[in-house]
Structures are given as structure tokens and as C-alpha cells.
Design a protein around this ligand. Structure first.
Ligand code: UT7
Length: 335
């Protein structure tokens, strides 16, 4: 029996910084509203026409993670690519990263679990490594939100929150089962699928159909979010799934060296922090700088925490996420 362990992390953010004041020029919003309700001060948006896509950003994050892991692309046995904004409808972005990395043949899978995508990716990597089937797995989370948001006042409840970027992790086989990923806990609840969703274009809303209707009121091709419902479920599920992980491993909340929550809203992270009575050093947040980057948020945050020396060998690290689906999950590891 093996464990899996993260041995390299990487990130990539587009250069283009968009502040709350920049958004206030496009819609009826304010720095005060966004800061107070979400904690976000700025986010990154891909400049249209640049070479940045989920796959190219994921590729750059992956190269950084590989270098830090001391591995070459050819060492990777499996690529897992988590995104809700893939480059193409099909094929998935995983195969595009495989091409960019120059790996001639290996499995490359896309994970469609939105904000929980990276945790699902870690869990999937962990299962393949634990069984001995694969040794080195690359998990990427990358998003291009800005290309598909409604930057008018009509879309302000969603468009001020989300940002673009990518993060990546390299996991490898760990023979010391006291180290690495100790447990992962995954959930979905499809009953709430439409509460945070993008309905069309899809097989239910084909592009020719949308174009033929030519309905100026039709905004089904923009993401929809019932913010308050999502918020209420998020605080409950975050707490449950972190607790489940703590109990499974016999840890107390006080044992956590670092909790890296999905960066959905600073208020959600603060609620969770308070609930578990964690001090500021035990929780990592960077939503202020990047907004909510969905599947990329945890790997970007974990990369920065590691770069800042906040994750050290032997530390007990907890990752947790909640989002569209609804989906949620946690991963507990000893670094
Ligand atoms: O990644 C995981 C998924 N996402 C989340 O976890 C998000 C969870 N939800 C939230 O974070 C919060 O619900 C939001 C930040 C999205 C919204 O905050 P809220 O406190 O729930 O606001 P609200 O939607 O109830 O809207 C309050 C008011 C409304 O105006 P009225 O009806 O009271 O006049 C909105 O129209 O704020 C208005 N509003 C805005 N005003 C200025 C909504 N968006 C904006 C905006 N700027 N950007």
C-alpha cells in the first residue's frame, strides 16, 4: 500500500489586473459593495486575443510544478484537468495540455466538478497512486471566466466575483503511509444543479437554436447563481466535510497547520475559520487578489502558501471546497 504526496506546485495568472473600480466603470457596482460582500479587491482577466487559454495557462502552471518536483513531462503517467471553462466543447483541455507538454501518449482526463474540481482531481490521483497503477500524476485546475461573463449591471451578481488563472500539482508515490494524502471525502447533490449553472449553449440549448430565437432577453448563455442559496449550503457543507476528515484521521481542528479553502468568498472562509476556532495563521486566503477562480483557486492558493513558507514538511494541511453541482469535498494530507 502506498500514499500519494504532492511534490511540486505551480501557478499562472494572466498579467491583466482588473480592480473593483475598473468594473464600476462598466456596471452599477462599487469597490465598497464588492469588498464588503466578498473580500475581493482585484482579479485577473485574460486579454482577448492573447495566447492565454485554460490549456495554455494550465500548461504554464504544470511546467512550474514539474520543475519544482524535479520531474520531466515524460515522467507523468496521468493528467487530470479540472475546469468548468474548457478550451473546446470537446475534446477536453487535458489532451491539449498533453500535446503542449509533448507527452506522446498517456491518459488525460477532464474533471467537470467546478469549484470542487481540484479536490476531485487530488482524490482521483490518490486512488490511482494508492493502487499502484500510476506513479506520477499531474493535477491541473484552470479557468477562463472573463470571456463568458455579463459585464453589464444585469450580470453584476456573478461577474464581479470570478477571475481567470491556473494552478497545478504533481503527486507521486509515497512509501511512508504516514505522509502525503491521508484521506479525501467527496460529495455531490444534483438536486441543486441549476442553482449555480450555465445552461446554454449545450445539448439542451444548441447554438443554432439560440441564434434562431434571437431573443434579446435570453441570457441562458451567461452563468446563473442563486448567491444566497449557494452561500447557505456552502457554510454547512464546508464545515461538515472538514469535520469528517478531522474525525477520520483523529485530528482536532487545533492540529491543522494550514487550511486552504476554495476561494469562493472571504466571508465563507471567515465563517469556517470561526466555526473551527482557527487563528489567522491556520487559514490561507488570496481571494482579495484573484477573485474566485473556481477549479484553479485551491492550487493557486496552495502554491502561494508554499512559496511564502506557510506549508512545510510534516505540516497537517486540509483542502476543502464547495460549489456548483452542488459538489463539495475535502483532502487531508501531511506535507
Ligand atoms: O464558488 C462557489 C460558488 N459561489 C459562492 O460561494 C458564492 C456564494 N454567494 C455569495 O458569495 C453572495 O451571495 C454574493 C456575494 C454573490 C452576493 O451577496 P449577497 O449578500 O447574497 O447579495 P444579494 O445577492 O442578496 O444582493 C443584495 C443586493 C441586491 O440589491 P437589492 O435587491 O437589495 O436592491 C443586488 O441587486 O445587492 C445587489 N447587487 C449588487 N450591488 C452592487 C448584487 N450584485 C451587486 C454588485 N454590486 N456587484
Amino acid at each position: 500500500m502506498y500514499n500519494s504526496r504532492i511534490i511540486g506546485m505551480g501557478k499562472y495568472l494572466p498579467d491583466n489586473v482588473v480592480t473593483n473600480d475598473d468594473l464600476a466603470k462598466l456596471m452599477d457596482t462599487s469597490d465598497e459593495w464588492i469588498t464588503e460582500r466578498t473580500g475581493i479587491k482585484e482579479r485577473r482577466h485574460i486579454i482577448k486575443g492573447s495566447e492565454d487559454t485554460p490549456a495554455t495557462m494550465g500548461h504554464k502552471a504544470a511546467l512550474m510544478a514539474l520543475e519544482r518536483a524535479g520531474l520531466e513531462p515524460k515522467d507523468i503517467d496521468l493528467i487530470l484537468f479540472a475546469t468548468l471553462s474548457p478550451d473546446y466543447y470537446f475534446p477536453g483541455s487535458g489532451v491539449l495540455v498533453q500535446k503542449l507538454l509533448g507527452i506522446p501518449a498517456c491518459p488525460a482526463m477532464d474533471i467537470r466538478m467546478q469549484c470542487s474540481g481540484f479536490i476531485y482531481g487530488i482524490s482521483t490521483a490518490d486512488q490511482f497512486i494508492k493502487t499502484g497503477m500510476y506513479k506520477n500524476v499531474l493535477v491541473i485546475g484552470a479557468e477562463n471566466h472573463s470571456g463568458g461573463l455579463d459585464f453589464t449591471t444585469r450580470g453584476r451578481g456573478v461577474s464581479v466575483i470570478f477571475g481567470d488563472g491556473a494552478g497545478a500539482a504533481v503527486l507521486t508515490r509515497e512509501e511512508d503511509t504516514a505522509r502525503g494524502v491521508l484521506s479525501t471525502h467527496l460529495y455531490s447533490e444534483g438536486e441543486h444543479a441549476e442553482e449555480l449553472s450555465l445552461i446554454g449553449p449545450s445539448t439542451q440549448r444548441w447554438v443554432p437554436e439560440i441564434m434562431a430565437e434571437n431573443d434579446p432577453e435570453d441570457i441562458s448563455y451567461y452563468p446563473y447563481m442563486n448567491g444566497q442559496t449557494v452561500f447557505k449550503h456552502a457554510v454547512v457543507r464546508f464545515s461538515e466535510v472538514i469535520n469528517e476528515g478531522l474525525q477520520k484521521n483523529g485530528w482536532e481542528a487545533a492540529d491543522i497547520d494550514l487550511l486552504v479553502p476554495h476561494q469562493a468568498n472571504l466571508r465563507i472562509s471567515q465563517f469556517v475559520q470561526k466555526k473551527f476556532r482557527l487563528n489567522d495563521d491556520q487559514v490561507y486566503n488570496n481571494i482579495m487578489r484573484y477573485g474566485n477562480t473556481t477549479a484553479a483557486s485551491i492550487p493557486i492558493a496552495l502554491t502561494e502558501a508554499w512559496e511564502e513558507g506557510k506549508v512545510k514538511e510534516g505540516d497537517k494541511v486540509v483542502l476543502a471546497a464547495f460549489g456548483s453541482g452542488f459538489t463539495w469535498g475535502s483532502a487531508l494530507m501531511v506535507w
